[in-house]
Design a protein around this ligand. Structure first.
Ligand code: HEM
Length: 501
């Protein structure tokens, strides 16, 4: 009898423990069952792409849903209203604590994308102001971009076998465009451009691509278990994260050193010089956030955010043009009519190119290369904040389901169809532009938006002004399905180019 009682008590205690470990905070958003200890890690690590998983979560649990990676809460926000409200609310504009930064940078969290509060405000304002002054979104940028486009044309000639031979070899645009957008940005930041085939430059671009693919919207294992990572850096992936960052950091540290050697504070040449001058100016301020380490991190973020994002958008653009020759033709007809063939398209032409504007919007909607944005977090000293009747716990990762929003049939008619016309005003119909937010919105809106928009416009139009693109004979039709995790890119495809007649 006593044995039965003991067994019943044991079972009762185990059930209680199971219940305690699987219980969720009060008013936590609806979501799947939280398994003790592991939470929903199985769901999050099924090998599928995070954005498709989050779209399924939205379908099942609604626009505000909650999950757990181990014991860490994740809140997935979907739909226009929830996403917009989150973007514009101050108390949802923080970032989750970046434990990997802390481990790699002596306990500090640096840069812009991972910081919040005063450091973020000061660094973001300073960076944005000076990048704008130096030519972000201006004509200065245009002439740098035109130089890069010439280099792209040379690469196309070279790789495709050239005009004389009828461009016999298929071209991989993703490879050719790899270094272009970063070269434009780097001109402003460090006053330099790199040869596209420079092996060091190629290695850096590869490191950026690896770094982006090592991240996960749910957080990295090393970041989730910082104490364990300190003891077992190899097993938890910390060493791998550090070694991928290493070439980028060495490159930037060398570049900063070279700038310091021949800087003239009265005549700064580029962003690095301006930043170094600010460090000098604030040298005696004990609270300054302007340090060389901070400069390296800000530049590293520009390098990482500026390399693959614009490249992938352009790459998707080329893919959609190959898959939709009728759209390609209309783009070229509009270019012929407004710009002609004697000069490259310029930023000033843009207002007179509505079909191209609509096509670029549609490329950004369909591809949504940053499908879950960059995770937000509550900015609060309280244990939770209220969001539309739910409690979002402090420390939660908030994922903005931009991919779901851009493919939501409630917002877009036939969202799976590539159709630029949806962005053209017809018969007084409302154009759903507000729901198009590839760069996010509000306080954390992408810092490189104007640069990226201008680069995409200049490269896309210049390539299509000169070449027609189609699937090479005998090759299968490429898929529109994206690859990638935190940042999406097209599955490998090649293109047969021809000079336009
Ligand atoms: C087509 C190209 C690009 C797309 C689609 C894109 C998209 C985004 C998105 C969705 C976010 C997160 C917004 C949020 O947290 O709510 C973001 C943040 C950011 N982006 Fe971009 N981006 C692009 C290009 C660039 C470029 C070229 C740069 C470099 C100058 C850049 C620098 C940044 C930075 C620094 C942040 C963090 C801002 C902050 O936390 O305050 N991005 N971007």
């Amino acid at each position: 009898m006593a044995a039965y009682v003991e067994l019943a008590l044991l079972v009762g205690a185990l059930l209680l423990l199971f219940w305690l470990l699987s219980s969720k905070p009060k008013k936590f958003p609806p979501g799947p069952f939280k398994w003790p200890i592991v939470g929903n890690i199985r769901l999050l690590s099924t090998g599928g792409q995070a954005h498709t998983m989050m779209c399924s979560v939205q379908k099942e649990y609604g626009d505000i849903a909650g999950l757990f990676t181990f014991n860490r809460p994740i809140v997935v926000l979907s739909g226009l209203e929830a996403i917009r409200e989150a973007c514009f609310r101050d108390d949802l504009s923080a970032r989750p604590p970046n434990q990997v930064h802390k481990m790699l940078y002596d306990g500090k969290i640096l840069g812009i994308a991972s910081t919040h509060g005063e450091t973020w405000k000061v660094q973001r304002r300073f960076t944005l102001q000076h990048l704008r002054d130096l030519g972000f979104g201006k004509r200065t940028l245009e002439s740098i971009a035109h130089e890069e486009i010439q280099a792209v044309f040379e690469d196309i000639e070279d790789i495709s076998g050239g005009q004389k031979n009828g461009f016999p070899n298929p071209v991989n645009f993703h490879d050719i465009l790899g270094g272009t957008s970063i070269n434009v940005l780097w001109h402003i930041i460090a006053g330099k451009r790199y040869e596209h085939r420079d092996p060091q430059f190629k290695r850096l671009i590869l490191a950026v691509q690896q770094l982006l693919q090592q991240g996960s919207p749910a957080g990295t294992f090393a970041g989730l278990f910082p104490r364990l990572s300190k003891v077992f850096p190899k097993m938890t992936g910390l060493n791998k994260l550090a070694s991928t960052r290493a070439p980028i950091h060495t490159f930037l540290a060398d570049e900063i050193m070279a700038h310091k050697k021949n800087i003239d504070y009265d005549h700064p040449r580029d962003f690095m010089d301006i930043y170094l001058r600010e460090i000098e100016k604030q040298r005696n301020d004990p609270d300054t956030t302007f340090t060389e380490l901070q400069l390296r991190q800000v530049c590293s973020e520009m390098f990482v955010a500026g390399t693959d994002t614009t490249l992938n958008t352009l790459s998707f653009g080329m893919l959609y043009m190959v898959l939709h020759p009728e759209v390609q033709k209309k783009v070229q007809e509009e270019l012929d009519e407004v710009v002609g063939r004697d000069r490259m398209p310029s930023l000033e032409d843009r207002p007179r190119l509505p079909y191209i504007d609509a096509t670029i919007n549609e490329i950004m909607r369909c591809s949504t290369i940053a499908p879950l944005a960059v995770p937000h977090a509550p900015l609060t000293h309280e244990p939770w904040i209220n969001f539309r009747g739910y409690h979002i716990p402090k420390g939660a990762r908030i994922l903005l389901n931009l991919y779901g929003l851009h493919h939501d049939p409630k917002v877009w008619k036939s969202p799976e169809v590539f159709n630029p016309e949806r962005f053209l005003q017809k018969n007084g119909e409302q154009v759903p532009r507000e729901a198009l937010m590839p760069f996010g919105a509000g306080k954390r809106v992408c810092l490189g938006e104007s640069l990226a928009r201008n680069n995409v416009f200049l490269f896309f139009t210049a390539i299509l002004q000169r070449y027609t693109l189609r699937v090479p004979d005998g090759h299968p039709t490429p898929t529109m399905e994206p690859d990638g995790k935190t940042v999406l890119f097209p599955k490998p495809f090649t293109v047969k180019v021809n000079l336009r007649t």
